[in-house]
Design a protein around this ligand. Structure first.
Ligand code: B12
Length: 197
């Protein structure tokens, strides 16, 4: 039975059932508080669009996020066209390499509500929060924000991030593992970065 509290459904059509979509898992891992109302469901390009749409509708999602790659672009186009016919109120967000290099855009882009180009981890969460809070952005194409690698997180910040995902651990536990991995404190790491090379 599909999970009933699914506001967001993350999905794609893999080329074979043995493949799994890593990109969707990255998005799910970065959804923070929205994770509990999100379901990840994968299909393959060998299933009929009508069957896929029927299964998607069973979740009653408000938002459907689809990963578009070269191997599924036409099947996703058929699926989205059908989904928009039967449930136009569902907000369709597309991402993935095949929709990241506009203006060389596939037809499915015209059917979708939003396109996130490039990395989706931060931008997908922000867009879902806006849509669910009835503050839909006006621009359809959103440039994906990249998580900067030079962002130095303190132990407290790591505790907070994990709490957002429902994992409760003490700051001293984070410190213990950080030290065991021979990673310096955030203060020291910031100092090291500030030093001229
Ligand atoms: C691992 C991998 C595979 C694996 C697994 C694929 C799978 N289904 O997961 C295997 C080996 C099976 C594979 C095979 C093929 N692959 Co491949 N593969 C990759 C590789 C190296 C990494 C993909 C990955 O996991 N990246 C990490 C994730 C996190 O990144 P991502 O998928 O791009 O997702 C991010 C964004 O795109 C975006 N995003 C993704 N989905 C969504 C959805 C929404 C709603 C939003 C908002 C954002 C979003 O956010 C994600 C996080 O930032 C990439 C190259 C690369 N460096 O990315 C090529 C790549 C995806 N493969 C490619 C190709 C062409 C193929 C093949 C067709 C090759 C062939 N000729 O056989 C086959 C067929 C795939 C299949 N499913 O049958 C191309 C796709 C080009 C395109 N325009 O779609 C890529 C980009 C390589 C390239 N530069 O040409 N591949």
């Amino acid at each position: 039975m599909p999970q009933t509290n699914t506001s967001i459904l993350l999905t794609t059509l893999n080329a074979r059932y043995i493949h799994s979509a890593f990109g969707l898992r990255y998005l799910l891992a970065n959804l923070g508080k929205l994770q509990s109302q999100t379901t990840l469901k994968e299909f393959t390009i060998h299933e009929r669009p009508i069957d896929i749409v029927e299964k998607i509708l069973e979740y009653k999602p408000k938002i459907v996020g689809l990963s578009v790659y070269i191997w599924n672009v036409s099947e996703i186009g058929e699926t989205v066209a059908l989904l928009k016919q039967v449930a136009p109120e569902i907000c369709i967000i597309l991402g993935g390499p095949e929709v990241s290099h506009l203006p060389d855009k596939p037809e499915v882009v015209d059917l979708a509500d939003y396109i996130i180009k490039g990395p989706g981890e931060i931008s997908f969460r922000k867009l879902c929060e806006q849509i669910l809070n009835e503050q839909k952005p006006l621009n359809k194409v959103i440039e994906g924000e990249a998580e900067t690698l030079d962002k130095i997180l303190s132990d407290d910040a790591i505790v907070e991030r994990l709490q957002g995902e429902g994992i409760y651990i003490a700051r001293r536990t984070v410190a213990k593992y950080r030290e065991a991995m021979k990673i310096a404190s955030s203060v020291q790491r910031r100092r090291d970065k500030a030093l001229p090379v």
